[in-house]
Structure formats: C-alpha cells, structure tokens
Design a binder for this molecule. Structure first.
Ligand code: ATP
Length: 343
C-alpha cells in the first residue's frame, strides 16, 4: 500500500556543517520523485533520515498521517535499495527475497511462495535457487529490488541503485522499474546524480544544491524552465547568454531576440536547450558561424559563434554542415527562457 512521504523543514548538521537546510518535500502516494544533485551534496543523507539510520537535527518526517521521527528504523515500513545489492551471500535468491517474511514469522513455505511472486516480477523466476554469489551484477540488483519490494514497504527509497551497472543493464532496470510502478504503484524516492536517469524515471525531480532544494518540478519543466542558472547547468543545459530583458526582447552580444514577456526591465540571462535548436538557411532567428562539430552517438553537436556569444545546437547527423559555415538558427519561442540576474 503506497503512502505519502513528507519532509517538513528537515535540517541535518554534522559538527558545524549544515548538510541539509530546512528542506520541505512531499512525495505523493504512488509518485516517483528523484533527488538530483552533485556528489556530496547530501542526497544519501536525506534517505538515511527517512529510513531512520540517522536523526534530523531539526524538522520531521511523516509517512501518511504519522510522524515517524521517533520510530525505530525497522518499524518504519521503509524499503531501501543501494548501489550495491548487499545480498546475504550464504542464502540463495529466493531466501534473500523471503527474508522479511521469515523475520515476520511466516513459515518457510509461505515465505518462499511470497518471495517467488517477487522474483517473477523482476523476471528472475527461474533463478530462485541460485546462490547470490552465482548471480551477475544485474541479476543481483534485481534480487535486491525484489527483496525490497517483498517487504511491502510503505515507501521505497532507492540510493543510486543502477549506477554500478553498464548502460544497457541500466536501461533494462529503468524499464523494469516502470513496470513495477505500473503493477504495484509504490511511492518511490530515488537519489541519483544522473539527470537522464532522473528524467526517465521520475514524475518530478527535486534539484538539491547547496543544502537546499533549488527546484522541484516535472522533468520537462526543469529542462525548459530552470529556476536558476545552476539548475540549468545541473540538467546539462549549454546555452547561457547574459544580457538585458526589455519586457519583450532579450538584448545581448548575439543580438535582439523576442522572449516570453516579463514586467520589469532587468538584467537577465537567456537560456534554451541545445536540443531545441534547428539549423536553417541564414539569417534564421540568429546567424552564427560553426566553430566545431562533435559527434555524440546518433547526434552531432554544433558549437557556434554569434558575435561574442558561444552557442550549442544538437542536430541530426543528416544536417549537412561543416566547420566555418555560416548558418541560421531557429530557436522556438517557447524554448526561450530568461532567468533574472542580480545586477
Ligand atoms: N556521519 C557523518 N559525519 C560527518 N559528515 C557526514 C556524515 N555523513 C555524511 N557526511 C557529509 O555530509 C555530506 C553529504 O553526504 P551524502 O553522502 O549525503 O552526499 P551525497 O549527495 O549522497 O553524495 P554522493 O552522490 O557522493 O553519494 C558530505 O559532505 C559528507 O561528507
């Protein structure tokens, strides 16, 4: 049964260092929220506070209608999964998954029947009697996920659960997690430093920067309407153009570009996703010269100069261009976003 998870003004201080500073976050029942932030920012600390492995310095954690701050970790109904599967090496897969049911007093047969359902769910039904030491990294991580789910937690906390896997296995685990969300509808709080992972898995992303949540929103909103330049960069945004907003147009060394209106005339930085830019015959919205072409998988990334401004555009490899070409760039109006800059 999924439950709402709520952090209220949660602060965590180690010695004199404030790691988490008065964070408020609600994960609705059945929702998946990803906390995204750089290494060492405090992502795992948040999960430890929820799981009861550490205590907040101030604030409280609620599950449903209950404040769980004083509950021991094992009574919170929180499932945890880490980067490493941490399976019991002396047990086979099914007894790893059956562990919580056995601990709750179920007979071996009942616990194994229950565990088998979860092994089937993670598509390892035929591996029940493999020792955990005889599983591949990806299989062991599936067993760890089955073990976390078999305990029927009220909330599932995932701490960088797929980052030790190679890209193909990681994509398979993403797909499995989506299936599990459809079938079991768990409340999930995921921690990752990978913006791609956050955006493919989560309904909302919470960006953790400098001890605080800089923005909490749906992935497309965070990509296209970042609340700050730091959020734009965290999401891999490349185009950052300082200038001024006159209410209708953004003025910079790149020229004048219509932008969504703002009431005040302010110094502001124009940002737009490199994926949203298309190449046209000049002049386009902006005329620029290509200075570099980098091939990234099935795309090609153009670096361009427009007067003193450096721009980036990701285009299909079929776009026929060469370094030195002068091209037009089309930047859709709804892809243009301005961020107020402190003068
Ligand atoms: N028990 C502790 N005592 C003192 N400092 C700690 C303790 N646990 C964590 N920290 C510090 O708190 C900060 C946040 O750590 P945390 O592990 O939450 O970061 P993270 O964002 O999960 O990092 P990563 O992505 O590298 O795992 C770090 O600077 C870390 O050194």
């Amino acid at each position: 049964m999924s439950t709402t998870l709520e952090l209220r003004d949660v602060t965590k201080t180690y010695a004199d260092t404030v790691v988490i500073d008065a964070i408020n976050l609600t994960v609705n029942a059945g929702e998946c929220v990803a906390i995204l932030g750089p290494s060492g920012v405090g992502k795992s600390t948040i999960l430890r506070l929820i799981a009861g492995l550490d205590e907040p310095t101030a604030g409280s954690v609620r599950l449903g209608e209950t404040t769980i701050d004083t509950q021991p970790a094992e009574e919170r109904g929180v499932g945890l999964m880490f980067q490493q599967p941490l399976l019991f090496p002396h047990l086979d897969a099914i007894d790893n998954v059956a562990f919580s049911a056995r601990a709750a007093g179920k007979s071996r047969r009942q616990a194994r029947e229950h565990a088998q359902k979860y092994l089937d769910l993670v598509q390892l039904g035929g591996y029940a009697h493999r020792r955990s030491t005889e599983l591949s990294g990806g299989q062991a991580q599936r067993v760890a996920l089955a073990r976390a789910l078999a305990a029927q937690p009220r909330v599932l906390l995932l701490d960088e659960p797929f980052s030790a896997l190679d890209p193909q296995l990681r994509a398979e685990m993403h797909s499995l997690l989506r299936t599990i969300r459809r079938e079991l509808n768990p409340t999930v709080l995921l921690v990752t430093h990978d913006q791609h992972e956050a955006s493919v898995l989560a309904d909302r992303i919470a960006i953790l920067l400098d001890s605080r949540l800089a923005q909490v929103a749906a992935p497309h909103e965070i990509y296209s309407r970042p609340a700050s330049l730091e959020v734009h960069r965290m999401m891999g945004g490349l185009n950052v153009i300082p200038g001024d907003h006159d209410g209708t147009y953004h003025h910079s060394s790149m020229g004048r570009l219509e932008v969504p209106t703002c009431e005040e005339n302010t110094p502001s930085t124009l940002v737009f996703r490199h994926e949203s830019v298309t190449v046209t015959p000049p002049p386009g919205d902006v005329t620029a010269q290509i200075t570099e072409i980098t091939h990234i998988g099935a795309r090609q990334r153009l670096t361009l100069r427009a007067n003193n401004t450096t721009l980036h555009a990701d285009t299909p490899p079929t776009t026929s261009v060469a370094v030195g070409d002068t091209v037009g760039l089309h930047i859709p109006l709804d892809a243009r976003h301005t961020i107020r800059t402190t003068p």
